[in-house]
Ligand binder design. Structure first.
Ligand SMILES: [Zn+2]
Length: 286
């Protein structure tokens, strides 16, 4: 497939990370082999993407009453994977940015773990786009786990499945050109879940960006490459061998494209760095 990066031909696309919650963990939990207790911030974020053809989200962060959804979960779950500090709900972020009800065209979910669908109650009526591979696999597990937590969070919103059935793209096995203009390209990054989906954003008003869903937690996972600590990795990864291959694929991509920001949905440091560079580019334009 032709990789279209002629920035003159691409649309302007605004990208904003909306950080909804966070928790600090020692680096040795986030990166296997990093014998360091330096705190690393794991964020729960959505991404607001303003494209000429649609205003949409990649993942959804956390809704205002997420605690109510988690109250019936096990103490172990609430003290480990579901332990976070709610900073600002998705609904509050959208109001702050003047995004009114009915203005969002859709939310595209990187995958169907609870922490990526937890903002949905704040966007009632907004359709959800899900990789068909992910949705089919989730019917046999994720949707009903934890007393149907994910199903309850998604209920009420229509689901539209998509297929990454297009040609290879930048070395990744297949793709979907979302608007047919080369600007938003979805690629499968499987292993964390069956259908974890990454998103390239190619645009005229800034650098290319590569969103990774949960293929990594922090940049070191693809830079070394190294998984998270095996204790966490084994609990959050659906297919160990495939997830490791995805890390290697991302490592290879990063070697050839060192200037492309590659950002996981929990990687607070990379998200902050990106938002700073966006402000700098914006200021330079004015
Ligand atoms: Zn996650």
């Amino acid at each position: 497939m032709r990789t279209r990066l002629d920035s003159e031909a691409l649309p302007a696309v605004e990208v904003s990370f909306l950080r909804c919650g966070s928790i600090s963990i020692p680096e040795l939990i986030a990166v296997r082999g990093a014998f360091s207790l330096v705190p690393r911030v794991i964020s729960h974020s959505a991404v607001l993407i303003r494209h000429p053809k649609a205003l949409f989200l990649y993942d959804t962060g956390l809704c205002s009453d997420i605690d109510r959804y988690l109250v019936d979960q096990s103490l172990f779950f609430r003290k480990t994977l579901a332990n976070f500090h709610l900073e600002q709900s998705l609904g509050s972020h959208l109001r702050e940015r003047g995004v009114g009800r009915g203005e969002l065209d859709f939310a595209l979910l990187s995958h169907l773990h609870w922490d990526h669908v937890s903002g949905i109650p704040d966007i009632p009526g907004v359709s959800l786009r899900v990789n068909r591979v992910e949705y089919e696999a989730a019917k046999h597990g994720l949707l009903n786990a934890g007393n149907g937590l994910v199903r309850r969070l998604m209920s009420g919103n229509a689901i539209e499945c998509f297929d990454c059935a297009g040609p290879t793209y930048e070395g990744f096995r297949s793709s979907l050109d979302l608007f047919g203009d080369g600007s938003i390209i979805l690629v499968p990054l499987p292993g964390h879940t069956a259908g974890n989906t990454g998103m390239f954003i190619n645009r005229s008003n800034g650098p290319r960006l590569f969103l990774l869903g949960d293929a990594v937690w922090v940049a070191e996972n693809y830079k070394r490459p190294a998984t998270m600590h095996p204790f966490i990795w084994s609990r959050v990864t659906s297919d160990d061998a495939t997830a490791r291959q995805t890390l290697i694929d991302l490592h290879r991509y990063a070697l050839h494209h060192p200037k492309t920001p590659m950002i996981g949905m929990h990687d607070a440091a990379s998200q902050e760095q990106f938002m700073k560079s966006e402000k700098y580019i914006e200021a330079a334009r004015i």
